[in-house]
Design a protein around this ligand. Structure first.
Ligand code: BES
Ligand code: ZN
Length: 582
């Protein structure tokens, strides 16, 4: 086992084999939770845990005897090392409290969350250590059980396969218990507490949301059983029992997060046109590529995201056809190209590598579409090189051979060599893909008639006819492909003819607002402002703030809106926008 540069855990030390996690109370006023965690280890002796801005109240053995511990000073990227000795019976209990700056928690007041308070976790990438002391490296996996004591008017959901039960207590609280028999990595430890209701969509899948959203959400995601069937045909039996989806408040900083058995998604997906299902296909695909076969450290992030983007494409192809899948890939390419332009401009071309080796930076800070797009194009290339039939058999054995384990890029390459032969690695030029900066010139083409239809008009900066029967992703691609900056007049024409700033599909609306802010089209400033105040997804916020700040007049606006709206954003979104505005 290799050392994970983002964790204090040292290979060879006792590692967690099981966790029993108890959250005794949530204090919404103080933005703090009080918890206890009992760990079972695979051995005894000195070991290291990761913590970040946690108050460690006590470390003890299972008999109640205190165990001495040392909490080292805070490190900006890794947090504080917690060191103690695991006794002979291999059990240790830690009592702790979180603090308000916890990078992995968002506490929302009743006002902000729509009537009732809400709190939830976001563990990926290295933020679990801010809400539970743990060996916060994806190279260690363990099953767990959890119990959450929440205000009785709220539900306490855990990303786990079994809801054991809910007990109403005397004091106006309720305790919800969950069990997760499958081993998972710490970044997937997740819960959400809020006013939540659910609707079943099959016997192993339900959608959770705040009450006003539940009908629309269940409708939007009704194809989940089809996606699951497709996933199982391609990648083997669904490995985690249930697959549920939780629609988060709009401050949720990602499109989706593959918390095991309970994907968290932004409410922006609930657009009424079924377009949000692509993100679900992606998060569901992580059940195999990511949650079952996991990168062993964050240098291997592409093993999670590249494979999953490829797998998402295969699921979409089965359920909605190849054209649809290609259109998705094309949209991802345009996000990727923008990220690469940024990395090049900042003098960070090494972040365009599949394995960037960025050991001294917070992985969240260099988040980009490189691992997603470049990684999935590499996997597509392998597939096209050996042929689908042979590749699918390979994928089956890759997943089966590494299930419930964590691997690095070399392990994958060695597995390809044994299963498919060294000549395949040479033919695709695997070394260039893995270690090179840009995208090698042998990447598979991304083509369909749906793309051609919009590309032609975008190139000549022509408005589509009123009768253009484009799908929302086609509209989005058209907007992405138009040469920037657009003239304010062109933006005004688009708005007059198609009212794109009012469209319910958030992706299209966002692409249009970015283009209009770049164009310095002041008429749409109010629409831009209201978008920035009501959405929390980093993917939307960063480019829109950047576009607004790119003109002199917009720049002041951007700063003012951010300082006002920032209280509604997740800690990861705040840092991301701060970096952008700098
Ligand atoms: N695991 C990611 C989200 C993530 C990555 C959170 C890194 C924190 C750090 C999730 O699976 C994801 O990729 N979401 C995408 C969805 C899209 C590619 C369909 C997103 O949120 O944009
Ligand atoms: Zn993903």
């Amino acid at each position: 086992m290799k050392k994970d540069p983002h964790s204090y855990y040292e290979p060879g030390q006792p590692k967690t084999e099981n966790l029993s996690w108890t959250i005794l109370s949530f204090d919404f006023e103080k933005k703090s939770l009080h918890g206890k965690a009992l760990y079972a280890f695979d051995g005894s002796g000195e070991t290291n845990f990761d913590t970040r801005e946690l108050e460690i109240i006590r470390v003890g053995d299972s008999e109640g005897e205190a165990i001495p511990f040392e909490l080292a000073e805070h490190h900006a990227v890794k947090g504080s090392r917690l060191t103690f000795t695991v006794p002979a019976n291999r059990e240790v209990e830690i009592e702790y409290r979180t603090t308000p700056p916890a990078s992995g928690l968002q506490w929302m007041s009743a006002e902000l969350a729509g009537g009732h308070p809400f709190v939830y976790t976001q563990g990926q990438t290295t933020n679990a250590r801010s809400y539970i002391p743990c060996q916060d490296t994806p190279s260690i996996k363990f099953p767990f059980e959890a119990s959450l004591t929440v205000p009785a008017e709220l539900r306490g959901l855990v990303a786990a396969a079994e809801h054991v039960g809910r007990v109403e207590n005397q004091d106006g609280s309720a305790t919800e218990s969950w069990n997760m028999p499958y081993p998972i990595a710490s970044y997937l430890l997740a819960f959400a507490v809020g006013d939540l209701v659910s609707e079943d969509i099959s016997d192993r899948s339900r959608v959770w949301a705040q009450p006003p959203m539940i009908q629309a959400a269940a409708q939007e995601f009704k194809d989940i059983p089809l996606l699951m069937e497709a996933g199982e045909k391609l990648f083997g039996p669904y490995p985690f029992g249930r697959y549920d989806v939780l629609v988060m408040p709009s401050a949720f900083p990602y499109g989706g997060m593959e918390n095991p058995c309970l994907t968290f998604v932004t409410p922006a997906l609930v657009a009424g046109d079924g377009s949000g299902i692509g993100v679900i296909a992606h998060e569901l695909a992580h059940s195999w590529t990511g949650n079952l076969v996991t990168n062993s450290d964050w240098d291997g992030f592409w093993l999670n995201e590249g494979w999953t983007t490829w797998a998402e494409g295969r699921i979409l192809e089965v359920v909605y056809g190849k054209d649809h899948a290609m259109l998705h890939q094309k949209l991802l390419e345009s996000e990727f190209l923008i990220d690469c332009a940024h990395f090049a401009a900042e003098g960070n071309p090494h972040y365009m590598k599949l394995t960037p080796g960025a050991h001294d930076v917070d992985p969240d800070e260099i988040f980009s579409r490189v691992p997603y797009f470049k990684g999935s194009q590499f996997v597509r290339l392998l597939e096209e090189t050996v042929g689908r039939e042979r590749f699918d058999a390979f994928v089956g054995s890759y997943i089966d051979a590494h299930k419930y384990q964590s691997i690095d890029t070399d392990t994958l390459l060695a597995f390809i060599e044994t299963e498919l032969g060294k000549e395949v690695l040479d033919t695709v030029r695997a070394h260039d893909w893995v270690h090179g900066h840009g995208i090698p010139d042998n990447q598979p083409p991304i083509e369909t008639a749906l793309i051609d239809q919009v590309r032609e008009l975008a190139q000549v900066t022509e408005l589509p006819g009123e009768d253009a029967a484009w799908s929302n992703p086609q509209w989005q691609l058209y907007l992405e492909l138009l040469p920037r900056p657009l003239s304010p007049e062109f933006v005004a024409d688009l708005e007059r003819r198609f009212s794109l700033s009012q469209i319910p599909n958030v992706e299209v609306k966002w692409s249009f607002l970015v283009a209009s802010a770049q164009a310095g089209h002041v008429d749409l400033y109010p629409a831009v402002e209201s978008f920035l105040r009501t959405q929390g997804r980093i993917k939307y916020l960063k480019p829109l703030y950047e576009a607004l700040a790119s003109t002199e007049q917009g720049s002041e606006h951007a700063t003012r809106i951010f300082s006002d709206a920032k209280g509604n954003y997740h800690p990861a979104a705040i840092s991301a926008v701060e970096r952008t505005l700098k």
